[in-house]
Write a protein that binds this ligand. Structure first.
Ligand code: ACO
Length: 430
C-alpha cells in the first residue's frame, strides 16, 4: 500500500480519499473497496477494462512494452532454456526447481496420467463428431464426481494433488476425445515418455503398428505449452477464480475455465485463424478481407489480431512466428501456403492505418495453428492444445486464490435499467 491517496470528488464537492495499492512493477491500483459503504455508489466497468480483481504474484504483463514474465522470469528466457514441466513447477511453486525437485515433480506428473476406467465410459455417450473442447470440459467436470469427498480445499496437500491430477490427466482426456473423433481405439498413457512425447503417443499411436515419436513435434509442443502456460487474469483464468471463489469443487472450476477458453474471442481464436486463412485462400484476397475487418457494418474480424492487454506486440506471437520458420524447415515442408499467407496478411494489416491507430497486432493465436497443422493436429484440437498448456496456470491461480485469506466470493454489481417497481396485473387485464 502506498502513502499516496486518490482523491475522488463527488457531487456537492464531497471528497473521499481512496488508498492506492502499489505492486512490484506496473501501474498502481486505486482501492475502491470501501466506495459503496461510504458513498453509496458502485464503479461501472463492463469487461473489467480498468479493474483489478485480485492480488497475484504469478504472472506479470506489460501490454505497452510487450513484456510477459512468469514469477519474474521473461517468457523469452523460459522459452529458450526451460521445459513445460519445469515452467509448471515454477508457476505452481514460485521458484525454479532444483534438479531433485524437478525429478520428483516430473515423476509425480508421469504417475498421475491414467484415468479412472469409469471415466472412459463418458466418451461412449458423445456423438462421433462432438467438438473435443466440449468433451474436455465435460470430462474434466466429471473429475469433480471422482474426486469430491477427498478434496478438502483447506488442505495444502489436497491442493497439490489437485494440481498434479489436472496437469497429468488433461492430455489423456484430450487424446481420448481425439480418438473418439477419429474412430480409433483409446491409447493408454506411457509413463516412460515425457509430457509431450506421451501426448503425441496417445494422440497418434494405434495398436496395429509401432509408433515412432517425432522429437521435433514433441519439442515444438513443449515450447507452445510454455508460451500458453499462464497469462494472469485472462477470461478463462478469471472464470476459474470466479467459479472457485464460491468454494466449488476445483475440477468443476477448471471445467468452467475450459468452457470460457473455447470462445473465439479467447482461446478459440487459434481454430478461427486457420479457418479464416483457408477462407481467404490466396494473397490476392487479402485486401478484401482486411477491408471487411475494417467495415463496422460487417461482423468479420481479423482473427488472431488484437488483444485486451498487448497494445504494442504480443511477445508470444513473435516467438511462435520464428518457431514456424524453424519447425516447417525441420519438418522439411517446402510448400507452406498458409504460413506464407499469414505472413503477408500480417504485413498488410500492420501497414494499415486502421490497425495502426487501434494498436492491433498479431496475438498468440495468429501463428500457433500453423504449427499445430504442420504437426498433424486437426483444427478442432487447436484450442484443446491451448487448454493443456493453460491448465497449469488455472491450477496455480486457483491455489493462490484459495490460500489467500482476503479472498471473497466474486460478486460484481450492475447498473439496473429494467422497469422500476410495478404491480402484478391479472392475465385478463394485460
Ligand atoms: N479485427 C478488426 N477490428 C478489431 C479487431 C480485429 N481482430 N480487434 C479489435 N478490433 C477493433 C474493434 O472493432 C474496436 O474498434 P472501435 O474502437 O472502433 O469500436 C477496437 O479495435 C477495440 O477492440 P475491442 O473489441 O473493444 O477490444 P477488446 O480489448 O475488448 O478485445 C479482443 C480484444 C477480443 C482480443 C479483440 O481484439 C478480438 O476480437 N480479436 C480477434 C479474436 C482474437 O484473436 N482473440 C484472441 C485473443 S488472445 C487470447 O485470448 C488467447
Amino acid at each position: 500500500m502506498s502513502d499516496d491517496v486518490y482523491r475522488l470528488i463527488g457531487p456537492g464537492g464531497n471528497e473521499m480519499k481512496l488508498p492506492i495499492r502499489t505492486g512490484t512493477v506496473g501501474p498502481n491500483l486505486v482501492d475502491i473497496g470501501a466506495l459503496y459503504k461510504t458513498k453509496g455508489v458502485f464503479t461501472y466497468d463492463p469487461g473489467f477494462v480498468s479493474t483489478g480483481s485480485c492480488e497475484s504474484d504469478i504472472t506479470y504483463i506489460d501490454g505497452e512494452q510487450g513484456i510477459l514474465m512468469y514469477r519474474g522470469y521473461p517468457v523469452e528466457q523460459l522459452a529458450a532454456n526451460s521445459s513445460f514441466i519445469e515452467v509448471s513447477y515454477l508457476l505452481l511453486h514460485g521458484n525454479l526447481p532444483t534438479s531433485k525437485e524437478l525429478e520428483k515433480f516430473e515423476r509425480t506428473i508421469r504417475r498421475h496420467t491414467m484415468l479412472n476406467e469409469g471415466m472412459l465410459n463418458f466418451f461412449k455417450g458423445f456423438r462421433y463428431d462432438a467438438h473435443p473442447m466440449a468433451m474436455l470440459s465435460a470430462v474434466v467436470g466429471s473429475m469433480s464426481a471422482y474426486y469430491h469427498s477427498e478434496m478438502d480445499a483447506s488442505n495444502p496437500d489436497h491442493r497439490d494433488i489437485f494440481a498434479h491430477r489436472i496437469l497429468a490427466k488433461l492430455p489423456t482426456i484430450a487424446a481420448a476425445a481425439y480418438k473418439l473423433n477419429t474412430g480409433q481405439p483409446f491409447i493408454y498413457p506411457r509413463n516412460d515418455l515425457n509430457y509431450c512425447e506421451n501426448l503425441l503417443h496417445m494422440l497418434f499411436a494405434v495398436p496395429a503398428e509401432p509408433y515412432e515419436i517425432d522429437e521435433v513435434a514433441a519439442e515444438a509442443l513443449d515450447l507452445l505449452f510454455i508460451l500458453h502456460a499462464d497469462h494472469e487474469q485472462n477470461c478463462s483464468t478469471s472464470t476459474v477464480r470466479m467459479a472457485g471463489s464460491s468454494g466449488a469443487n476445483p475440477y468443476s472450476a477448471i471445467a468452467a475455465g475450459i468452457a470460457a477458453l473455447w470462445g473465439p474471442a479467447h482461446g478459440g481464436a487459434n481454430e478461427a485463424v486457420l479457418k479464416m486463412l483457408e477462407q481467404i485462400g490466396d494473397v490476392s484476397q487479402i485486401k478484401k478481407y482486411v477491408d471487411k475487418a475494417k467495415d463496422k457494418s460487417d461482423p468479420f474480424r481479423l482473427m488472431g489480431f488484437g488483444h485486451r492487454v498487448y497494445k504494442n506486440f504480443d511477445p508470444r506471437a513473435t516467438i511462435i512466428r520464428d518457431m514456424c520458420h524453424k519447425i516447417l524447415q525441420r519438418l522439411d515442408r517446402k510448400d507452406t501456403p498458409l504460413f506464407d499467407l499469414a505472413q503477408e496478411l500480417e504485413q498488410v494489416a500492420l501497414k494499415d492505418d486502421y490497425f495502426i491507430e487501434k494498436n492491433l497486432y498479431p496475438n498468440v493465436d495468429f501463428y500457433s495453428g500453423i504449427i499445430y497443422k504442420a504437426l498433424g493436429i486437426p483444427t478442432s484440437m487447436f484450442t484443446v492444445m491451448f487448454a493443456l498448456g493453460r491448465s497449469v496456470g488455472w491450477a496455480a491461480h486457483w491455489r493462490e486464490m484459495i490460500a489467500d485469506p482476503t479472498t471473497k466470493i466474486a460478486r460484481p454489481r450492475q447498473l439496473y435499467t429494467g422497469p422500476a417497481q410495478r404491480d402484478y396485473a391479472p392475465i385478463e387485464k394485460r
